[in-house]
Write a protein that binds this ligand. Structure first.
Ligand code: NAP
Length: 454
């Protein structure tokens, strides 16, 4: 069985090998998963809440320690890693506080003596997770899932096994029993075996379309529910009546956070003709001042991408887009895993920077003649995670709220996830929702109860 490798993208000579579980270890773990669930599901909501609050305390107390593991394994600036760990604490606190209310049985008036709807746990849930937010993606799933009384089987991305181990230890240290949150060090070629196992009740995957299709197909064959959080190519729309200063302030983090490797990053910049020239010129100046370098330094704005391979992929997409006629205003250069902030102009449907997800610091810019035209361009993506629109017009805001084919519409702000609001996509961005009340109800048995008159 090949080892799983974590390679520090800033210094690729620093490699850590993680042995995979043997076939026998994996089988034993899966067989134990049901009995562990049967015990855990009986824990009261108060017990679960106490555990989840302890998890939040551990995350906040040791945020720098966990942040360094993240930055070492996937290269994001240390300040962003600390913020990611703190957000994980927030989602734990949020569900610790609200799970009881979200899952409260509902009495319904019928002709029965009593009828009700209960929300009960399903069993062990498999989570296949990506490297880009290696803590956040896991916690935003695990917090509601465990509060609902399910148990978690984590298959994390191969390159962030240090994060995976650290997360399991947090749950164990917080008092969740052995196996309630179980990390499985396995490669993606063994995911099918886990889905097929009778212990596993359902699956969630955050990752690429290719992985999503494979997991959905296998889950479908075994009639197991799955939630898919896949890629995105969000539009960032600036209309003629917008505050340009505000739009520019948001554009930089919206595109460059996490080195541009975020599913909800702004990727296609659709500028109404009256503001396009000014926006591009001012954006270009701002990008000049960014500090790109060692992600462990507090003053670094952008580190390397997560791997040389990832940077090469972005380089290819930029090259192909330019070959098809787009302008290269700045950037476009790669050095190992580093890729400089890049502006492409004249991007059109049919070009890779329009049709595909570009997972790196590339602003793919295009012009629109009107708000309606901007909406049409926004909707022409195969993805549908979210859109942000900058405008002072209520009519334009309403146009996007009504007709954008997206999981989220943000007006005059950046698309982001928030535990209080549901998160997820339509079209090629997947299905199902995480966070808020919708998220905790994805993996429950909505059980109808009826007591007839005797
Ligand atoms: P990825 O290659 O799909 O990997 C994600 C996870 O799936 C990893 O654990 C990976 O394991 C596993 N995997 C890969 N191929 C698989 C297969 N055929 N069957 C089963 N599991 C498989 O994606 P990534 O490159 O890590 O992450 C980037 C992608 O995730 C982007 O498209 C991004 O937009 C998306 N994403 C979406 C959201 C969202 O909420 N919508 C959030 C973050 C990221 P190995 O590492 O072992 O290959």
């Amino acid at each position: 069985m090949p080892v799983l490798q974590s390679v520090n993208p800033y210094d690729p000579s620093r490699v850590v090998n993680y042995p995979q579980l043997s076939g026998e270890q994996l089988t034993r773990l899966l067989e134990r998963a049901r009995p562990v669930f049967q015990t855990y599901r009986k824990h009261s909501m108060v017990q679960r809440k106490e555990g989840m609050d302890r998890v939040a305390v551990l995350l906040r107390e040791h945020n720098r320690h966990f942040a360094e593991i993240i930055t070492r394994e996937m290269g994001k600036p240390i300040g962003e890693s600390v913020a990611e760990v703190d957000k994980c604490a927030w989602v734990c606190e949020f569900y610790a506080e609200h799970a009881a209310e979200f899952l409260k049985a509902r009495k319904v008036k019928t002709d029965a003596k009593e009828s009700l709807v209960q929300f009960q746990p399903l069993g062990p849930i498999l989570a296949v997770m990506p490297w880009n937010f290696p803590f956040w993606q896991v916690f935003r799933f695990a917090a509601p899932t465990l509060m609902a009384g399910n148990t978690v089987l984590l298959k994390h991305a191969s390159g962030v096994q240090g994060c995976a181990q650290a997360i399991q230890k947090i749950f164990t240290d917080a008092g969740f029993g052995e196996g309630v949150f179980r990390n499985m060090a396995i490669g993606s070629d063994r995911v099918a075996q886990v889905i097929e196992h009778p212990s596993v009740a359902a699956v969630t995957l955050t990752g690429s379309g290719a992985a999503g299709r494979s997991v959905a197909e296998i889950s479908g064959r075994h009639l197991k529910k799955c939630v898919l959080e896949l890629g995105g190519s969000n539009a960032f729309v600036v209309l003629n009546d917008a505050s340009l200063e505000k739009a520019l302030d948001v554009a930089i983090p919206a595109r460059l956070q996490n080195g541009g490797q975020s599913c909800i990053a702004a990727k296609r910049f659709i500028l109404e003709s009256g503001v396009a020239k000014d926006f591009i010129a001012r954006l270009s100046v701002r990008l000049e001042h960014l500090k790109v370098g060692d992600p462990m330094r507090e003053d670094t704005d952008m580190g390397p991408l997560s791997s040389v391979k990832q940077a090469q992929e972005v380089e290819k997409q930029v090259k192909r887009t330019v070959e098809m006629g787009a302008g290269l205003v700045r950037g476009g250069k790669r050095d190992g895993a580093f890729f400089g902030p890049t502006i492409l102009t004249g991007v059109r449907p049919g070009m890779p920077a329009f049709d595909e997800e570009v997972f790196g610091p590339v602003f793919a810019v295009m012009e629109a003649d009107s708000p309606q035209h901007a909406l049409e361009l926004s909707n022409r993506s195969p993805y549908g995670l979210g859109v942000q629109v900058f405008t002072r017009s209520d009519d334009s805001a309403r146009l996007f709220m009504e007709d954008a084919e997206e999981g989220a519409v943000f007006i005059n702000d950046m698309v982001r996830s928030d535990p209080r609001l549901p998160f997820g996509g339509v079209k090629q961005s997947g299905y199902g929702r995480e966070l808020s009340v919708e998220g905790i109800r994805e993996f429950v048995n909505v059980k109808t109860g009826w007591v007839g008159k005797s």
